[in-house]
Write a protein that binds this ligand. Structure first.
Ligand SMILES: Nc1ncnc2c1ncn2[C@@H]1O[C@H](COP(=O)(O)OP(=O)(O)O)[C@@H](O)[C@H]1O
Ligand SMILES: [Mg+2]
Length: 379
């Protein structure tokens, strides 16, 4: 979609509207410079530096892509893998992102809580399917956490940011439904249904079927006693991970990259975050050396405490969702391998072996919480 219009056209749109975006620049002839163009898997990002009258501002134009990872088969059918959250239509994504980021800003700024920031979204360009937003000058939580990789030469204390991320998610889960929001996977039966879909896909892709079957049987049996028939729902973020959280001064967190399309069990986002900590790229590619296990355990504790505060933490349910999401991740990795990647294929196969190793280890981690253990002995 980025190719629908050129950078020159985009630059002139930014120049034309700059007074609306930044009133302090209104009435001046601004200099608009494209500083960076970044092509990503799901979007293309254009970073602009705008200056006039000794004043400088940065903004970002994001063009979400369609489902580029889908393969069209010869008969026109779309070949995809099982997913908890279906991919949205390409043409709707920018508008949804604009609406969602605006609502998030309202939802959090009204609280005037120094722990939370919010991105100022400046515009939606319908004819270009683009979102314009202010540029946030802070590092992501994942970048900050990287400073604690072994050997940690300039370690940063990320604990408050992790706690704030947990607290942010709790409040976000209470965001009232938007026009595009629907409920999904509301019951234990649907949890089991998703589990079976992932398992079937992995077995068809002839992944370690004994392990997959064993883990699936364990999860299914625990699910009956650990999960309630209907699950607590919240507004789903869908990719709540350290890479989608900026950390500003005072460890203030600003979260982005969501479309608020679903209300889903709260355990999903929580488990997604924890799996992102345990199966981060540095951790996988370093055979688990990058982050000390006790550090990850502390991050997890801070995050969960941030979310649940004084409430009891439903660890059994969270662990079950972690396993479900690890299986989904495995399916995604297997699926990605089917994309032709020319000379990169060899490197891809190497990476796949590392992922598969880390994923297996994660699946073999026992679900040790007292609640889950009790359920196991009862079943
Ligand atoms: N408002 C912003 N300010 C600064 N950087 C941003 C902003 N929004 C996104 N980015 C950068 O671009 C990256 C991709 O943006 P994201 O919204 O996560 O897109 P994607 O859907 O492709 O994951 C982010 O990881 C972040 O580094
Ligand atoms: Mg992202």
């Amino acid at each position: 979609m980025a190719e629908r219009f050129g950078v020159i056209e985009l630059t002139s749109v930014v120049r034309e509207r700059i007074g609306r975006y930044f009133p302090e620049l209104a009435g001046h002839e601004p200099r608009v410079l494209l500083e960076r163009r970044q092509s990503r898997r799901n979007s293309t990002l254009f970073s602009f530096l705008v200056s006039a009258n000794a004043c400088e501002q940065r903004l970002l134009v994001k063009l979400p892509h369609g489902p580029a990872t889908w393969r069209r088969l010869d008969d026109g059918a779309v070949d995809d893998r099982p997913r908890l959250s279906p991919i949205p239509m390409a043409d709707a994504k920018a508008q949804l992102e604009f609406t969602t980021l605006s609502r998030i800003r309202d939802h959090f700024t009204v609280r005037q809580d120094a722990r939370f920031g919010a991105i100022r979204v400046l515009d939606f360009l319908p004819e270009r399917q683009a979102v314009v937003m202010e540029h946030v000058p802070h590092p992501s939580l994942s970048r900050l956490m990287m400073t604690n990789c072994r050997p940690a030469l300039w370690a940063t204390n990320c604990d408050p940011a992790l706690r704030n991320a947990g607290a942010w998610l709790r409040i976000y889960h209470d965001l009232p439904a938007l026009g595009q929001t629907q409920d999904r996977h509301t019951s234990r039966d649907e949890f089991v249904g998703s589990l079976r879909e992932f398992v079937e896909f992995l077995m068809r892709a002839s992944q370690d079927s004994r392990l997959v079957e064993r883990v699936a049987a364990q999860i299914e049996s625990l699910a009956q006693s650990v999960l309630s028939e209907f699950l607590p729902l919240g507004m789903s973020h869908g990719d709540f991970a350290p890479r989608n959280i900026f950390v500003g001064p005072g460890q203030q967190v600003t979260v982005f990259d969501t479309l608020a399309r679903w209300r889903a069990p709260i355990y999903e986002d929580i488990a997604h975050f924890l799996v992102s900590l345990k199966l981060s790229r540095p951790q996988v590619y370093s055979f688990g050396f990058a982050f000390r296990p006790d550090l990850i355990a502390r991050y997890e504790e801070e995050f969960l405490r941030g979310y649940f505060d004084q409430d009891e933490i439903p660890l059994g349910a969270i662990r079950l969702y972690e396993k479900l999401l690890v299986l989904e991740k495995w399916a995604a990795r297997v699926y990605r391998l089917r994309e032709p990647r020319g000379i990169f294929r060899l490197a891809q196969l190497g990476a796949a072996a590392l992922w598969s190793r880390a994923i297996r280890r994660q699946l073999l981690e026992p679900v040790t919480e007292p609640q889950a253990q009790a359920a196991l002995s009862m079943s």
